[in-house]
Design a protein around this ligand. Structure first.
Ligand code: ACO
Length: 437
């Protein structure tokens, strides 16, 4: 961290000196922790437009360059050369595993994929038509009731055990939520399969016949997991950190992240994007795009889902990788003429050339193509955000563990700019005499 200061001159001429901290790469930050003590003022930044909420060594994004690094490694290299579980190891431990550590980690995770049988009774309490994210939020929160031997967030061993349990069991929970919704028997995990292969098996296998994992689908899903594994201090990760900062257990903190992810401005965007593409197809396909683009320009509430990002003001590197995966999966299915894919490509081209999107630096994000891939794999639209949640779980855990291990960590407690009524007295009111009885 560099030694530099900024000096604020206040209206009364007094001065406040604030340290400037520099990270390894990226913009410097003004350390405002002592601002209130020195000036009696808070900073005001709803939506965290200019606020770094923590220091972190896990994921770095350069939004102007369209660069994403996990522990320093570019996402393109990781997506090409590593499995999702190796990426999990990297996010959790800071380094990629060697061959021995890689197989030990895979072995560890695959031997924790079953869930407590009692959880199936809990699951059966939900309506079958419940949204899978509602079910998932409940199931993840309930893990603290089923695995209460690992819920002390201040105990490093507990954090490790709950991390492995969460990474291993999330795919099982998502598949359970799916099977429950469609009324099919639950499939127990198979340890010889890869993480992605096992998920496909639990989703689409039945006890009636053998299920052979399609290697192209397995690779595509593994890539989807990798691309969604972490993304620095986004809304759900910040939620996990804030929730965990009270000292609550890891399962409760991750359940909060799942709930936050559900929203259409965040993880719900891939579901919303696919619904949007379907809608365009039904209204005339490619020929309807100009009308749709005009509707966006005329009404602020209409968004091009899968476009735009708080941090990326350039092409999201994950969107490029996802587009490539889209080609691979559709080629395997011999359905490159998929109308949704045609519409998505035409929409992207038109939007990237349109002044409205250029001016606002709106580019495709990861969700623009992920929905088409997931749909091609047979995943129902309502489960898309669940896939995102199972992929992001490792990022949430890595960030939570980093926060707890940070000696500067404190409970998160923002302040406010109060705009309500100042103190007033009830004596001035005419309250009916018997109102309190
Ligand atoms: N379509 C049309 N216009 C858009 C879009 C979009 N997708 N995104 C932003 N804009 C416009 C806004 O209306 C605003 O216009 P204005 O300057 O005329 O008022 C301008 O671009 C700036 O946008 P903000 O909403 O201020 O940007 P913010 O950083 O708050 O929002 C967000 C980012 C939420 C992702 C937004 O771009 C959006 O809603 N996109 C669609 C949903 C989506 O794809 N979400 C996935 C994000 S990636 C992820 O979570 C994995």
């Amino acid at each position: 961290m560099s030694e530099e200061n900024v000096i604020l001159v206040l209206a009364d001429g007094s001065k406040v000196t604030l340290p400037v901290l520099g990270g390894s790469v990226g913009p410097k930050v003004i350390d405002v922790r002592k601002l209130y003590a020195q000036s009696g003022m808070f900073t005001f930044d709803p939506g965290f437009m200019s606020t770094a909420s923590c220091k972190s060594a896990i994921t770095y994004i350069d939004g102007d360059q369209g660069e994403l690094l996990y522990r320093g490694y570019p996402i393109e290299q990781l997506a090409e050369k590593c499995s999702y579980l190796d990426v999990c190891y990297l996010l959790l431990n800071g380094e990629l595993p060697d061959t021995t550590s890689s197989s030990q980690f895979k072995n560890l995770v695959s031997h924790h994929t079953m869930v407590n049988e009692q959880m199936l009774f809990f699951l059966r309490g939900f309506r079958r038509d419940a949204h899978p994210m509602a079910v998932l939020t409940g199931l993840v929160g309930a893990m603290s009731a089923f695995y209460h031997d690992s819920i002390d967030i201040n105990n490093a061993e507990h954090r490790h055990v709950s991390a492995i349990r969460l990474i291993a069991k999330m795919p099982t929970l998502v598949a359970l939520a799916y099977k429950y919704g469609v009324g099919q028997p639950f499939m127990y995990p198979k340890n010889h399969l890869s993480h992605a292969g096992n998920f496909l098996y639990m989703m689409f296998g039945t006890p009636c016949e053998d299920y052979i994992v399609n290697p192209v689908f397995e690779k595509a899903l593994d890539r989807i997991f990798t691309l969604h594994a972490d993304h620095e201090q986004n809304a759900s990760t910040s939620t996990v950190r804030l929730c965990g900062s009270s000292g609550t257990n890891p399962f409760a903190a991750i359940a909060a992240g799942v709930a936050c992810l559900w929203g259409p401005a965040h993880g719900g965007a891939n579901e919303a994007c696919l619904n949007m593409l379907n809608d365009i197809c039904q209204k005339g396909g490619v020929s309807y795009i100009p009308t749709f683009i005009n509707a966006i320009k005329e009404n602020k509430d209409v968004k091009l889902m899968g476009f735009g990002h708080r941090v990326y003001k350039n092409y999201d590197p994950r969107a490029r990788l996802m587009q490539q995966t889209c080609y691979e999966v559709l080629a395997q299915l011999d359905s490159q003429s998929d109308p949704l894919f045609q519409v998505a490509q035409a929409l992207e081209k038109i939007a990237l050339e349109d002044e409205y999107f250029i001016k606002r630096k709106l580019y495709p994000n990861v969700d623009f193509y992920s929905g088409i891939v997931l749909r091609a794999l047979g995943i129902p639209t309502k489960l898309f955000t669940g896939i995102f949640a199972l992929s992001r779980t490792v990022g949430w855990i890595a960030q939570l563990n980093e926060m707890i291990s940070d000696e500067d960590y404190k409970i998160g407690r923002p302040r406010q700019l109060f705009v309500g009524s100042p103190r007033r007295d009830m004596d001035e009111l005419q309250i009916p005499e018997n109102a309190v009885h």
